[in-house]
Design a protein around this ligand. Sequence first.
Ligand code: TRP
Length: 375
Amino acid sequence: MQNKFTVTPWEVSGEVDYDKLIKEFGTKRIDPTLLERIRKHTGTLSHFLRRGIFFSHRDLDWVLDEYDKGNKFFLYTGRSPSGPVHMGHVATWMFTKWLQDKFNVELWFQFPDEEKFLFKDELTLEDTKKWTYENALDVIALGFDQKRTHFIIDTVHANLMYKEACRVAKKITFSTAKAVFGFDNETNIGSIFYTAMQSVPAFLPSVLEGRNIPCLIPHAIDQDAHFRVSRDVLPKLGYYKPAAIHDMFLPGLGGMMEQGKMSSSEQHTAIFTTDSPAVVREKINKYAFSGGQATVEEQRRKGGNPAVDVSYRWLTFFEEDDRKLKEIYEDYKSGKMLTGELKAVLIEKINAFLKQHQEKREKAKKEIDKFIFKE
Ligand code: TRP
């Protein structure tokens, strides 16, 4: 049977075939040579790279060439405020922080607070404003360096962004927008314009500094469509093509096959940064798809299947210690470890992380103003 899946900025579903995505989107796999080049700068490699979770890129080699010549890049990523932050977002941003720390670079973080307002019927601009604040707390809690991290919020920084967005928009025809994003005559015109706003932070620092600065965008691969357009347009405006580094999706608890990525709209298969320890325990115990056998006896005899087990997959994102992870893998596969025990390991890992995260999130309320970009 043909495995069907969809990866667009609006929909991720089915069992994602990442090799096929690389071919379809025309990106490059992060190969051992490139990993070695990164390691030369960073000393050790993040587990997100070691395990191929960040697996694909555009022009990352070029960004490193420039860096070697003393031409530092800046990082750009973002979050469309539309609901609570879940562990999938956290993973992408943990790696972004790792990049910021290791390369000692600026990060521009966009909160396009108009995006989901335009694309979803039920969200008001008041809702997205509230979520901007809530989501910003999560970003700060992850420990980004305040001096080198700049939040831009589309409706707040419109004064700065709109002119640049117009320059981008003028270079994108409706037929390109239709072909890339699948728009039709029923699409509202705000949605059609939106991609221009998502392009702006990829060159805004160059505008502000008055010189061209390379941009590297860490993002989940579903956003690639936007940046294909940016890469086409920015050189026409005299800027570099933004480079990108892409990660795989953290599966929802329901499993890799059920669901392409974790989704905030599916409450019980997502774990949010604000979930209590009891809620985390219940969600994982109840919903985390298991690669284990039906009975203890069978599990002991045949062993579990880590390849389809969501708890194990989650540990590849959140258990950094390779030795521990390998031990879990072997114990689970051999039947020495039971599904309940594997889940208990994950529950402890996530709850330990969230305990700290939630404390930092509280403290972030006092820091938020310092992160918001001021001209
Ligand atoms: N469109 C993204 C979302 O739906 C938000 C976003 C804006 C973004 N700029 C970005 C994501 C840059 C990654 C990189 O959440």
